[in-house]
Design a protein around this ligand. Structure first.
Ligand code: CP3
Length: 354
């Protein structure tokens, strides 16, 4: 006779259950950029740290801002507080943030720029405080809260390393991809290798899930999407799962459109995060049929609130409620958002009854 499960068997965390393919009555919820400037407590801690990068590299304070939205809202997951641009910095790029404008980096346009980078094995010299943040969080988070680690996807990270800043159309990266393809491929390979090592260290330090942010995947089309969005995500996922069997991976090829279809199967990712340029009904039909999806409420509702927020939140929950789903925004919450609207979104998700 099979032994009955002990009555005290721990209930697995909701995010991990959804990632394993379970359909839950209420989707677990977290929010991209949940630790951020829309929260007064974040702004206070950032002021204490001095500036954004000092906050990222201060394990005590980075853990504190990671915990703030968990305390305030009881999200089902915490995402490590760091930034995707720390990897370029660890590879030797200069990095600074201009208040009100965003990140600035030294630029790379050819083989000599690539040759000046450090090897992937050097990244831990710079990134070790991040692993310390993960260790603190895995001790301090509530037992039911899942800890998500993350990194930028190679293409998105490369767009910043090449242009030295965010660009509307990723023009400089496309120019290098076409004009200096060998140096470009070497750069993608270097970032891929560094990302595998970086995420692997986050997992060893206590991250229970990792997410790969490909914010600019939408500007890759056709064969370029396959080579530079899909293939690196597949390589990173395969390497992480070989080193850490069972580690769940969330892939976010933002604005991939039709490229979302089959992305989970092709990369081996356990969950595909969806932005709000596609409808939840479309994503349920074409993407969720293969497994867990995350998304995709427009983050503008966190600014505007009201009945439209409630209606669209219910629409997202309803569209995805027949399959595995993690509720989230379609992109990060913005600094002008009202913290009350976040509470309203969470209440709406948790009170939803079909
Ligand atoms: O989601 C979280 O709460 C975890 C922390 C996190 C940050 N950045 C903190 C941050 C994560 C996961 C990121 C990812 C990130 N960083 C991405 C991918 C996701 C996306 O938004 O598309 C990208 C492209 C970056 C690069 C980056 N960092 C930019 C373009 C900017 C400036 C824009 C802005 O919002 O100011 C940042 C800064 C940044 N990263 C902030 C935060 C909280 C704001 C900095 C501040 O406090 O002044």
């Amino acid at each position: 006779m099979p032994a009955a499960a002990p009555a005290s068997a721990p209930v697995q965390k909701t995010i991990l259950r959804a990632l394993a393919g379970e359909t839950l009555a209420t989707p677990p919820i977290w929010m991209m950029r949940q630790a951020g400037r829309y929260l007064p407590e974040y702004r206070a801690t950032r002021a204490q740290a001095g500036d954004f990068l000092s906050l990222c590299y201060n394990p005590e304070l980075a853990a504190e801002v990671t915990l703030q939205p968990i305390r305030r809202y009881g999200f089902d997951a915490a995402i490590l507080f760091a930034d995707i641009l720390l990897v370029p910095q660890a590879l030797g790029a200069d990095l600074w943030f201009v208040t009100g404008e965003g990140p600035r980096l030294s630029t790379i346009s050819d083989q000599s720029g690539f040759d000046a980078l450090k090897p992937a094995s050097a990244i831990h010299d710079t990134l070790s405080p991040i692993y310390e943040t993960v260790k603190i969080l895995s001790r301090e988070l509530p037992a039911e809260t899942t800890l998500i680690g993350f990194a930028g996807a190679p293409w998105t990270v490369a767009t910043y390393m090449i242009a030295g800043r965010g660009t509307p159309d990723q023009g400089p990266a496309h120019a290098m991809r076409e004009g200096a393809p060998e140096a470009f491929d070497a750069l993608i390979a270097r970032i891929t290798e560094a990302t595998i090592d970086y995420l692997s260290m986050q997992i060893e330090a206590g991250a229970e899930v990792v997410k790969i942010f490909d914010s600019w995947a939408g500007s890759l089309k056709g064969d370029a999407f396959r080579r530079y969005a899909l293939e690196p995500a597949r390589e990173i996922t395969a390497a992480l799962k070989a080193r850490h069997p069972g580690i769940p991976v969330i892939a976010f090829p933002r604005e991939a459109g039709e490229g979302y279809i089959g992305f989970g199967r092709a990369t081996g990712a356990d969950c595909v995060a969806i932005d709000n340029s596609v409808s939840p009904e479309w994503a349920a039909e074409h993407v969720q049929k293969d497994g867990c999806v995350q998304g995709n409420l427009a983050s503008s509702h966190m600014v505007t609130g009201g009945q439209a927020l409630v209606d669209d939140t219910q629409r997202v929950v309803r569209a995805f409620h027949k399959g595995p789903h993690i509720f989230n925004l379609g992109h990060g919450i913005t600094p002008d958002a009202d913290p009350e609207n976040v509470a309203l979104m969470i209440e709406t998700v948790r009170n939803f009854r079909d």
